[in-house]
Design a protein around this ligand. Structure first.
Ligand code: AMP
Ligand code: ZN
Length: 467
């Protein structure tokens, strides 16, 4: 049974789908600048969520949005639109900036071995649906107009404070001087922004007789309504989304459509680097490419992320990444030795074949994978699952399932590599038989370049990955 911590109830709850298909929505990235490694944390844990649901036999429909308009630098209703800012920085249009970073994100999602979402929804494709949503909220009496936009009156939604346990009185008292005097309550937010005369905002759509653009939170309510239909089963995001973005999504969806937005809400915590927040000024906004340059693959980083729990604050260091990389190498070598004893790489020379790699391993206990899945079913406890993997005897079937569950490409590349490597090993054995040690050494170097080392045993050569 899958249990998940639901932010809405602040409880661990047994997961039961509302319908035949599990409907999941993930708040996606704002596509305006180079993503840093922290930006992959959430998607790694939600990839595990989707994989766990599938391994448990659920059918899943998952939507990921891409924010390409309306997300202001303040996360609130003031300041420049991040896409417009990116356009200025790069001397491009905001649409070109979005196109470029969407490609970067999607390429890197593939590198991270994330299962592709069923629908990837770009915010600017849903502008008309946004306008219809604002019309509905207005019709139902939840909005008011100011000089700079259409605002959601949070006082009209009795449950506004409930989801994030907000202290609205405190918010009101602490509202900073200078916040739009036309706003009725400090927690009110723009569902639509008007572009002021002289204001530069290249992305603009006519609505209510003026040029404007949607408020950042609106796209998620709209896309969920258009693509999945609320209520959905699971909505995911980062902990930073709880007090504003998700509280606002819930309010909008109720005001426009009269429904709850989601049954479960999952939030992952932030990662720090060397104990500090990730930020440009600290020079620690590492990208996946930066890690690659230091010899760590996207899979090593995913291994690092999954070796901790999604709800814990995770502190990234290169030492801990090195440990994750070695752990993955150790797992791949356990697979390599199973592959060698299972036969497909056995050398053709009968002399070596007879005894290659020693006797076949004793059959592992049948519940090997079940224990791993149980740990993951307990609120996605991948950290505990990894400890079980470290300490269990597992067969190739188990590893296959482990790869399905975590998407770590542990065996994905092995079959081809195995055929090639076994060819080289055979050639080296032949060279040694002919006492051509120079050729044998050459092959050993070639294997090393391919990340493989050889151990000579009385039964023949046994190979292992070294990277
Ligand atoms: P941003 O594009 O900077 O607004 O980041 C998009 C999302 O990535 C945020 O809303 C967070 O949920 C997530 N994120 C950003 N930084 C981190 C981090 N250090 N650790 C985990 N998640 C992060
Ligand atoms: Zn959202």
């Amino acid at each position: 049974m899958l249990k998940l911590y639901n932010t809405a109830s602040r409880k661990l709850e047994a997961f039961k789908p509302l319908g035949e298909e599990v409907k999941i929505y993930t708040c996606g990235p704002t596509v305006y600048s180079e993503p840093h490694i922290g930006n992959y944390a959430a998607y790694t844990y939600w990839d595990l969520l989707v994989r766990a649901l599938k391994v448990n036999g659920f059918k899943v429909k998952r939507v990921l949005n891409l924010t390409d308009v309306g997300h202001l630098v303040s996360d609130g209703d003031e300041g420049e639109d991040k896409l417009e800012k990116g356009a200025e920085r790069e001397g491009k249009t905001p649409f070109e900036v979005a196109d470029y970073y969407i490609k970067v994100y999607l390429d890197n999602y593939a590198k991270m071995e994330f299962l592709p979402a069923d629908v990837v929804a770009r915010a600017t494709y849903y502008i008309e649906a946004d306008m219809r949503a604002v019309d509905l909220m207005t019709e139902h009496g939840f909005t008011y107009e100011t000089t700079d936009g259409v605002y959601f009156d949070t006082a009209k939604f009795a449950d506004y404070a409930k989801f994030a346990r907000l202290d609205l009185a405190g918010l009101q008292a602490g509202a900073r001087v200078g916040f739009s005097s036309e706003k009725r309550n400090a927690s009110d937010f723009a569902v639509w922004k008007f572009i002021q005369p002289g204001e530069k905002h290249a992305m603009r759509w006519d609505y209510l007789g003026r040029p404007g653009y949607p408020g950042w939170h609106l796209e998620c309510s709209t896309i969920i309504h258009e693509v999945l239909g609320e209520p959905i089963d699971i909505h995911t995001g980062g902990v930073d989304h709880i007090p504003v973005h998700h509280s606002n999504e819930i309010a909008q969806s109720y005001a426009a459509y009269g429904h709850d937005l989601s049954r479960f809400w999952l939030h992952c915590d932030f990662i720090t680097i060397d104990g500090q927040k990730i930020s440009k000024s600290l020079g620690n906004t590492y990208t996946l490419e930066d890690l690659e340059k230091r010899g760590f693959s996207a899979m090593d980083y995913k291994m690092w992320l999954l070796s901790g729990h999604y709800q814990g604050t995770r502190n990234f260091t290169f030492d801990s990444l090195e440990a994750a990389k070695n752990r993955r190498l150790n797992w791949r070598n356990r697979i390599a030795s199973l592959l060698q004893s299972a036969g497909p790489v056995a050398l053709s020379s009968p002399k070596i074949d007879d005894n290659f790699g020693g006797p076949p391993p004793s059959a592992p206990p049948a519940d090997g994978f079940d224990k791993i899945l149980s740990a993951v079913n307990n609120n996605l406890n991948s950290a505990e699952a990894f400890a079980i993997i470290d300490n269990s005897e597992l067969g190739l079937d188990d590893w296959q399932k482990i790869d399905e569950l975590f998407g770590l490409r542990l065996i994905a590349d092995s079959p081809d590599l195995t055929a090639e490597i076994s060819g080289l090993i055979r050639e080296r054995e032949e060279a040694r038989e002919k006492k051509d040690f120079a050729r044998a050494d050459e092959i050993r170097d070639e294997l090393a370049r391919r990340g493989v080392t050889l151990k000579d045993t009385p039964g023949g050569a046994v190979w292992q990955y070294i990277k």
